[in-house]
Design a protein around this ligand. Sequence first.
Ligand SMILES: [Zn+2]
Ligand SMILES: [Zn+2]
Length: 386
Amino acid sequence: MSLTPQLIARMTEWRRHMHRFPECGFNLPLTADFIAEKLESFGIEVTRHIGQQGIVGVLRFGKGDASIGLRADMDALFIHEGNEFEHRSRHDGQMHACGHDGHSAMLLGAASYLAETKDFNGTVHFIFQPDEEHGQGAQAMIDDGLFERFRIDAIYGLHNMPGLPEGQFMVRPGSLMASESSFEIVIKGVGGHAAMPHRGIDPIVVGSQIILGLQTIVSRNLSAIEETAVVSATEFVTNGTVNVIPSEVTIKGDCRCFTEDSLKRIEACMERIVSGICQAAGAHYSFTFVNTFYPTVNSPLQTEHATRAAIAVLGSDNVEANCLPLTISEDFSSMLRIKPGCYALLGNGVESVGGCALHNPEYDFNDHILKHGAQYWVQLVRDQLK
Ligand SMILES: [Zn+2]
Ligand SMILES: [Zn+2]
């Protein structure tokens, strides 16, 4: 299968159009209008406002029962673009610095091709989600009935990867990307004169013991083989001054891990350590643990399907089927908690065009990989909906 030069040129135009007019979070009226109009122009049935600006395009062909969901993200970042090329952002302070413009264009390209060739048997769902960057969009679509209103057997997602050569593909079964969580511990002691600590309860001493206690979570509570994780305390703020023992200390920090089991254990260990140390000192505390992104965990069978489709379009030399996990996070993880599926990475290039890091003001999605992404989607649909 090969895409026509005309379709590749149209995808490039769509991608650059979305790059010129980036929008962030859930507030994507122009982007959502643009994508919905394109899908409708291909003859695809479009449902809008699932999870605010989320879109699902449905394309049925043949009598087959099988169905598949292909997901792209549409949102940009609050970054002032540093590029000077013609398609640079026209929205000051907003920029497609993660390549979601490219993800949307690749999925539109596949939708256009499949709507025209009708070379499959079953139902394809083209899912365009808002607010990936803050980790809210996938869950908002799910809460709005994504998987009840549409019967989707399995779900797939794709992200570009700067530093990986153009058109190379990386995936792994199981945990591909980390969770992202934050915590806040407020220790309430009894403040007082620095010369008379015995008259108070010093929350700095309590907080210091807690910081050291947190270091035992990864080293003493998680399996060294199976549970890679990071727990970092990053802020320690007191209300004291040079001759005053503070009454309160706030500790904040960040955690990453690769399974929901580890995630639950880290939270429980943390609370146990905080509560035990505070009790020993006679201090009070409050503890909050907020999970923003779950670990991204690929299903083994769907990862095999994804790998096979990638090999068919890119060649086996360009496909790494068992890559190392990455410590970045992705809210497609919320969809993978409900449906079997696979998230994969497509090389954006190593040279100046595609090598610049994600979320950098000089980043740009590499238009040369639009065809690879669209071909991968088409191949996956043809393989799965026979
Ligand atoms: Zn991003
Ligand atoms: Zn991204």
